[in-house]
Design a protein around this ligand. Structure first.
Ligand code: OAD
Length: 241
């Protein structure tokens, strides 16, 4: 832990990649693992463009259920620790696969949401994208002012990532001295590829996860435990700073 704290204190450019695990202690279910959502639901029924064109109401019901859980949750100490380091570090980029918006609510500002945001919707007819924080809608699927069908503005399996966001994520990872990989199973690409990219670009990579991942042996330091406990310790301000 001390070694990792020193790398962070000495780094001027830090990047972090977060996944569903950072929000687990806020009560937001993860996707994989014993109690993960993909144990109960099939991604191909709920998180693909094909699923949405087959049954938009079903997909929206699942998103409304998730919106309800997220609306009733609050950022935890892990989210707050990352918001804190952003204020202190010379350059800090937060890359998240999460769509829950808990990083925003914790006060992080420089956030690259590579899988979109559950609170944004996009019209399939006019293409307009806007924020819509309702948990219940008068009809499902909801409609845009133009009459077109709205979809969640998130990235589904089989879809490309927003190019500008992805380019910025790769740039941040290529140029950082320390990269934190927090609460992600790191099995979904291209996001997972940021971990070996950081390593090959010369960054010290620190993983924080309750379990081992495919990258645990590749990283420089693997902290095993809940991010809500470990991140505040790892990122605590040095005395006098
Ligand atoms: P996963 O559900 O695949 O992985 C969550 C990870 O968090 C696992 O490695 C857990 O061990 C770890 N974890 C659980 N609780 C934790 C805690 N309290 N502290 C630290 N770690 C903890 O979630 P992601 O890796 O984010 O994509 O999944 C990646 C993508 O797959 C998601 O963005 C989503 C999903 O299908 C799409 O929907 C496109």
């Amino acid at each position: 832990m001390q070694q990792a704290q020193q790398w962070i204190a000495e780094a001027s450019r830090i990047a972090a990649l977060t996944g569903a695990g950072i929000s687990a202690e806020s009560g937001v279910p993860t996707f994989r693992g014993a109690s993960g959502m993909w144990k109960r639901f099939r991604p191909e029924d709920l998180a693909t463009p094909g699923a949405f064109s087959r049954d938009p109401k079903l997909v929206w019901e699942w998103y409304c259920w998730r919106r309800g859980i997220i609306a009733g949750s609050a950022p935890n100490a892990g989210h707050f620790a990352l918001a804190g380091i952003e204020k202190r570090a010379a350059a800090f980029t937060l890359i998240t696969q999460n769509v829950d918006g808990l990083h925003d609510r914790a006060g992080s500002r420089n956030i690259l949401k590579v899988h979109g945001d559950i609170w944004d919707v996009r019209c399939l007819s006019c293409g307009r994208e806007e924020r819509d924080e309702r948990v219940e809608f008068p009809e499902l699927p909801p409609r845009c002012g133009c009459g077109g069908m709205l979809r969640p503005a998130v990235v589904w399996f089989g879809e490309g990532l927003p190019q500008d966001v992805w380019n910025a994520a790769e740039d941040a990872v290529r140029s950082c001295e320390v990269m934190l990989v927090v609460g992600t199973s790191a099995v979904v690409y291209p996001a997972a590829g940021l971990v070996p990219l950081a390593k090959s670009a010369g960054a010290k990579v620190i993983e924080i996860n309750v379990d081992e991942t495919q990258f645990s042996s590749l990283v420089d330091f693997s902290l095993r435990g809940p991010s809500g406990e470990l991140l505040p310790r790892l990122l605590q301000p040095a005395a006098g700073s």
